[in-house]
Design a protein around this ligand. Sequence first.
Ligand code: ADP
Length: 402
Amino acid sequence: MDTVTDYSRRLERLIEISRTLASTLDHHQLLRNILNAAIELTGAEAASIMLADSKSGELRFEATSNIDSAQMEGLVIPVDSSIAGWIFTHAQPLIVPDVSRDPRWNPNVDSQVDFTTRSILGVPLIHRNQTIGVLEALNKQAGSFTEEDTATLQTLAAQAAIAITNSRLFQQADLIAEIVHELRTPLGAIMATTHLLQRAQLSEEKRAELLRTIQRETERLTTMTTDFLDMARLESGRMRFRREPFNLPELIAECLDIIRPQAAAHGVTIELHLDPAAATINSDRGKLKQVLLNLLTNAVKYNKEHGRIILSTEATPQNMVCRVSVTDTGKGIPPDSLTQIFQKFYRVPDSEGYATGTGLGLSIARKIVELLGGEMNVESQVGVGSTFWFTQPLKYTTLIPA
Ligand code: ADP
């Protein structure tokens, strides 16, 4: 292909891609589209998007084509000693034909992931005169990155910066609309109840019942606020994770200490089946505690009186994962609800009669598990019970024979 047709073909593709970017509202899909476009337009092997954290000023991976999301989480790129940092602070594009010869090259990321960077073309992501991050194409497949590649990537980056900013704003507005809608139910209940309380002739019993309603709805508002904040952080990619190896049975014991009083109040017993091979896992302890507590609380809330909960762990060393399951003997989940159970705000229609909730717990839990490199799902039979399970990476070294 001669250079003129090559150039006009690139322009045509850029226009097509810009249209797609402008119309993609799903944040993760948008990032994937930008990465694919960067790879295609520059003939690179991989690409990454790094964005600056508005609070700490640190550069973090927002999306990469070559690192899985769990590995990517928590990787910070030092602004003062890295190629991306240089591009970010100078707000200028840069071609590095051989990273091993560049003093700005920071080999830390490569050493933590399964990828070898040879060459980089990076451009700043600028929106309204503010540098919000860096877009990098890695390892030109044939030859070296050219000035024309730089110009193409800069044009893409200009579109990408607008699309990323818009998608964040759209997500926030969407979530706020849902939040406001959900807040209306408890607020309405509190308002109606306080009106009733103002009536002169009320029996002591009725008064106590109304006060209990106010207390329950206020508690619901408090839980909602925490859940909403978590959801907003997860959706905008602002929730930070710290993965390190820790002892799973110890964490389970801690969670059971918290759950036992609630379970005992309903005569629910808890059985434990721990696989000794699933002792050390590599995850974020605090976040996993939140996930486990959510599943255990649900297993109590939606169980029958004097029911059972079985918590088991199982290591599958060939896949290097640990599977944790929480089984209950509750009312189960109807098949048509099973597919929706992890969606935001979804509650099985008759749940309200059982227990109060926001319908956010499971969607938060599944997002956390996925960002930590695992999966979460459920099996259930109406009238028999449900098993919620999730997986997490086992600590690598536990699998190496002594
Ligand atoms: P919440 O419990 O706050 O409503 P969740 O996201 O944790 O929110 O759960 C969503 C819905 O899934 C619940 O409202 C309930 O209908 C259903 N559910 C969750 N766990 C169970 C369970 N162990 N057994 C039966 N239904 C469940």
